[in-house]
Design a protein around this ligand. Structure first.
Ligand code: DOR
Length: 303
């Protein structure tokens, strides 16, 4: 018996595990390893109105604490997504989350409008990319603009809209409350945490962009803290991510308040990570008499 099926914003997922945007492309490189139908869903690479080359290299660096990236939303643009990636994804029997990012509120609205009537199950509005100068960072760090962009996308969409939040803010609960007040159906968090490393031999930052987003186990405690804070501050569902690497991490972030979980950097180390996490969670439910994984959401006990 599958104990992992969840309903998130009215969308049925066969399990709560979703590869995070940007870490899985559109699944093409992974479907030779296992069927994509194993996954709850896929959040596709951040899609913009027009094709983007992204930032100059080096733009990814491994560090002992995790991965730093300053990719800068490289992607083929929304028309290519609709004509080339989506027709392939719809055959995979998994939920499709379209991660979208725009430089202006109007661009985000236009992106949402383009996805209207498509087979996409849900929109993840990325207001938190740390690597683009306009849009992302400002959207995600300003309560008013975060609310305005959320409303513009909702007004132009026929899908549930989940807003992806930044950890690079003073109060993530204020941003979460603002997007909720403006119609967000859910929030997802955390995007990457701004960081920097310097190569002491060259004396230069390891990234051409100087700074970039940190992901991996080092950010997991930050993610658990923020998911817990946001889940207690809003009345919409929370999708948790940030350094989730094992099934134990997935259980933990759900206990903090997440009802859907995204797995990101762990996939680079092990492409089977999402599958192992799903298997581990199913066994955890069986071993502990949990009929459905939703029962553990937000069950962290007070001291
Ligand atoms: O760390 C990130 N990198 N977060 C994003 O939202 C986008 C991505 C990129 O393309 O730079």
């Amino acid at each position: 018996m599958n104990r992992l099926n969840v309903n998130f914003c009215g969308v049925d997922f066969k399990n709560p595990i979703v590869p995070a945007s940007g870490t899985y492309g559109y699944g093409r490189e992974y479907e030779c390893l296992y069927p994509l139908s194993t996954l709850g869903g896929i959040s596709v690479k951040g899609t913009t109105l027009h094709r983007r080359e992204g930032n100059p290299a080096p733009r990814v660096a491994e560090t002992p604490s995790g991965m730093l990236n300053s990719v800068g939303l490289q992607n083929g643009g929304v028309d290519k997504f609709l004509s080339y990636e989506l027709p392939n994804l719809v055959t995979k029997d998994t939920r499709i989350i379209a991660n979208i990012a725009g430089s202006t509120i109007e661009e985000c609205a236009e992106l949402a409008a383009k996805l209207k009537g498509s087979a996409v199950d849900m929109i993840e509005l990325n207001i938190s990319c740390p690597n683009v100068k306009q849009g992302g960072a400002a959207f995600g760090t300003d309560c008013t603009i975060a609310g305005q962009v959320t409303k513009a996308v909702k007004d132009n969409s026929d899908k549930p809209v989940m807003v992806k939040l930044s950890p690079n803010v003073t109060s993530i609960t204020d941003i979460a409350k603002s997007v909720e007040a403006n119609g967000a159906d859910a929030v997802s968090l955390i995007n990457t945490l701004l960081g920097m490393r310097i190569d002491i031999n060259t004396g230069r930052p390891v990234l051409r962009n100087n700074v970039g987003g940190l992901s991996g186990p080092a950010v997991f405690p930050v993610a658990v803290r923020m998911v817990w804070q946001v889940a207690n501050a809003v009345n919409i569902p929370v999708c948790g991510m940030g350094g989730v690497s094992t099934w134990e991490d997935a259980i933990e972030i759900m206990m903090a308040g997440a009802s859907l979980v995204q797995v990101g950097a762990a996939i680079f180390a092990d492409p089977y990570a999402p599958v192992k996490i799903i298997d581990g969670m199913q066994k955890f439910c069986e071993d502990n008499g949990i009929n459905n994984i939703s029962e553990i959401v937000g069950t962290v006990k007070p001291w």
